[in-house]
Design a protein around this ligand. Structure first.
Ligand code: ATP
Length: 270
């Protein structure tokens, strides 16, 4: 397998408007990501050192990846993505090589954002058991720490890590100069669900009888990913009913909604 497997380089097209809800969070990310890149002179003038790493945590499907991409888009930064699980599953030494190689490419393509999904798989707490697999994780973690410590401010590289299990992250990563900002990305509340449904029906032809406000009320516990799926599937139902259909109607949305059961439970989000 090639050493660049699993790495993509691009400036993402997603923007803040493509993300429903999360107003405060978007503002925080804007300041932490966009400002140091766009106004680096102001930071040096005041002698303020920008954040190097941000940890996003929260349940799956609630836009951690999308937020990282939107931040990169807003800052016009190159976007590199790595998956902890993928690194972990590689042959001995290959995961570390891919990590180093990604940081190297990010330096060359700066300003850059390195998105590190499923970070807990690699950045999990050290010690505990002495099996061979722990050693793989430890080596990857120490490579990550070395790379993060080596980031120079002038190079404008930021690491955004994501996890569903923040408590599993090794304390070494939470020291100053590493993940300085920890942000919780919650499942969408009513208003956010309404906005998410708006985002994902924006380009759809929908009948007047579709009441997104009502649909948002009826989809408690749905994640952004599930709401997106609901909209797409409603369109599919309309097409299955009639391949020449010109609009998607309320009943199509209802059919899909009734067939879906959210993966999150109330206990998980309280
Ligand atoms: P995972 O932990 O599984 O990697 P994630 O938190 O990174 O999930 P994303 O991959 O960003 O979630 O989101 C999955 C899909 O759900 C995306 O395609 C995105 O369009 C949609 N989505 C999630 N949240 C929102 C939101 N707030 N607004 C609009 N779309 C959303």
């Amino acid at each position: 397998p090639s050493i660049t497997r699993g790495v993509t380089v691009e400036i993402p097209k997603v923007s803040w408007e493509d993300i429903g809800g999360l107003r405060d969070l978007k503002k925080k990310l804007q300041q932490a990501v966009e400002w140091p890149i766009k106004h680096s002179a102001a930071f040096s003038r005041l002698g303020v050192s920008p954040i190097r790493g941000i940890l996003l945590h929260g349940p799956p499907g609630c836009s951690k990846t999308t937020l990282a991409k939107a931040a990169a888009h807003a800052a016009q930064a190159s976007f590199f993505s790595l998956s902890g699980a993928e690194l972990y599953s590689m042959y001995v030494g290959e995961g570390e090589a891919l990590l180093r190689n990604t940081f190297q490419r990010a330096r060359l393509a700066a300003p850059s954002i390195i998105f590190f999904d499923e970070a807990d798989v690699v950045a999990g707490k050290r010690g505990g058991n002495s099996s061979n697999s722990t050693t793989v994780g430890e080596r990857l973690l120490s490579t990550l720490l070395t790379e993060m410590d080596g980031l120079e401010e002038a190079k404008r590289i930021l690491v955004l890590a994501a996890t569903n299990r923040p408590h599993a992250i090794d304390a070494a990563l939470m020291r100053p100069g590493r993940f300085d900002l920890v942000l919780y990305v919650p499942p969408p509340d009513l208003e956010a669900r309404y906005e998410i449904l708006g985002v994902h029906t924006r380009n759809m032809k929908i009948q007047d009888d579709v009441d997104l406000r009502r649909l948002a009320e009826d989809t408690e516990l749905f994640t952004g990913a599930e709401l997106e799926g609901l909209c797409r599937e409603a369109g599919m139902v309309a097409l299955r009913e009639n391949i020449s259909a010109t609009v998607v109607c309320n009943r199509h949305f209802q059919t899909v909604k009734e067939s879906l059961k959210p993966a999150l439970t109330k206990e998980e989000i309280d």
